[in-house]
Design a protein around this ligand. Structure first.
Ligand code: ADP
Length: 435
């Protein structure tokens, strides 16, 4: 059983590809961590650095608190399962699983016990005497898993181990692996590009893009509170809908159509610094309420029209694809309405599940952290005692605490008879006047 800690781990390949940037994570004993992200985002590289198959360019890897950067793979007490399983073709399933234990001189009885236990978990008991060529792809992959399980390593590393299996077997193996993890209890790091695998298997997910961690969190936390537009779009199928527009007097005005979505009191407070500014309104397909749904009336202040382009039947639910202006919208609803292509329908946003993003930085706007564009104004005196006002436009990030401090400071200033606040100055300089 083991903890795994990565501190500012980076990988720069020969030739200069910076594949992993400042990877930081503290993995607790028995956790099931999933690295997820599109192809090429650095998942395998990170895993291979933990395994010792790839050198860490800089940063630290600690297993059970011990620095392991330079330890040989065999001295890390790690087992790795790959997508491409290299089984010994001349050996039976039993011997393939037993081989590593024989090399370690584990007593025969113990080997037999562990192999049969693993075979039972993996449903391989009937095949123990077969050679790999007489197995299906799925069965071979399970033998590869079995070889790791029998070793009882401190840490399991799995690199897309299910991607060669057919869809049905993948689903079955997902829950098998979770169950095996619960039984075996070893810390597991699992790499996949499949966000459903990540959601269903992980105790915590690490979402990666272009070598950078985007978010680390429990599956539901990442789903409900994605840290940025990338995570919001990557986790969840169909992906979250993104409406671009402007905040104006308690409403969000959708680009192109000009339709108005009412903001709740809390949302208006959250978006206080965005008045008149652009942002991205995110809403998941299942949180859009179809016009004939009984819940629609409760959210009619947040309704907008879409032109239906396609209705995707999935059984008890349907995904209604449509457009508001040029923006594609997907609504997930029950299969109980008559919805036709090219029909104009209304959908309402269940605003309890809305998520807002800064359009420039793409980061989520939350009560804890808010990022907005403003004019920063500085005043100074030149040598002739003339006031110089400089303005700089940019994206400034402040914690809510810092914003509150700023407001308190400005109120105090006002109380002292100085009527000119920072925003007054900003307005004047916006007009291009010098005071
Ligand atoms: P993932 O597992 O997320 O698909 P990888 O970790 O395999 O991504 O790759 C991350 C980046 O590093 C990619 O841009 C890839 O092309 C690059 N890369 C991987 N292996 C090497 C290598 N041996 N030499 C140079 N670049 C590499």
């Amino acid at each position: 059983m083991a903890t795994v800690k990565l501190v500012n781990v980076n990988k720069v390949y020969d030739g200069g590809v910076h594949a992993v940037h400042d990877f930081n994570i503290d993995i607790a004993d028995r956790e099931f961590i999933v690295f997820v992200g599109p192809s090429g985002c650095g998942k395998s590289t990170t895993l291979r650095m933990i395994a010792g198959l790839e050198e860490i360019s800089y940063g630290e890897l600690l297993i059970d608190g011990e620095l392991k950067n330079n330890a040989a793979p065999k001295d890390r007490d790690i087992a790795m399962v790959f997508q491409s399983y290299a089984l010994y073709p001349q050996m039976t399933v039993y011997n393939n699983m037993a081989y590593a234990l024989k090399l370690r001189k584990v007593p025969k009885d113990e080997i037999d016990k562990r192999v049969r236990e693993a075979a039972k978990i993996l449903k391989l008991t009937p095949y123990l005497d077969r050679k790999p060529r007489a197995l299906s792809g799925g069965q071979r992959q399970r033998v590869a898993l079995g070889r790791s399980i029998v070793r009882r390593p401190k840490v399991f590393l799995m690199d897309e181990p299910l991607s060669n299996l057919d869809a049905k077997l993948r689903v079955a193996m997902r829950s098998e692996i979770v169950r095996i993890h619960e039984e075996v209890g070893a810390t597991t790091i699992y790499v996949t590009h499949d966000q459903i695998e990540a959601m269903t298997m992980a105790s915590r997910i690490v979402v990666m893009k272009d070598g950078f961690i985007q978010q680390i969190g429990e599956p539901n936390e990442v789903y409900r509170n994605p840290a940025n537009i990338f995570v919001a779009g990557f986790i969840g199928t169909p992906a979250m809908n993104f409406l671009h527009g402007v905040v104006e007097k308690g409403y969000f005005i959708i680009d192109g159509t000009g339709e108005k979505i009412k903001l709740s009191k809390e949302q208006t407070a959250l978006l206080k610094n965005y008045e008149g500014k652009r942002l991205v309104y995110g809403i998941r397909p299942e949180n859009l309420v179809y016009q004939d749904d009984e819940k629609f009336a409760s959210f009619s202040d947040c309704a907008f029209a879409i032109k239906v382009s396609m209705v995707e039947l999935l059984g008890d639910i349907v995904n209604v694809h449509g457009y508001t202006g040029k923006t594609e919208i997907i609504v997930k609803t029950g299969n109980k309405y008559q919805i036709k292509d090219k029909q104009d329908v209304k959908v309402a946003i269940d605003y309890n599940f809305a998520r807002f993003f800064n359009e420039t930085t793409t980061k989520a706007i939350t009560p804890e952290y808010c990022e907005y564009e403003e004019i920063e104004v500085t005043q100074s005196l030149d040598e002739d005692n003339v006031v110089i006002i400089e303005q700089k436009k940019g994206v400034f990030a402040r914690t809510v605490g810092a914003i509150k401090d700023k407001i308190a400071a400005s109120k105090k200033k006002k109380g002292q008879g100085n009527e000119q606040t920072e925003s007054d100055v900003a307005e004047k300089t916006n007009d291009g006047k010098k005071s």
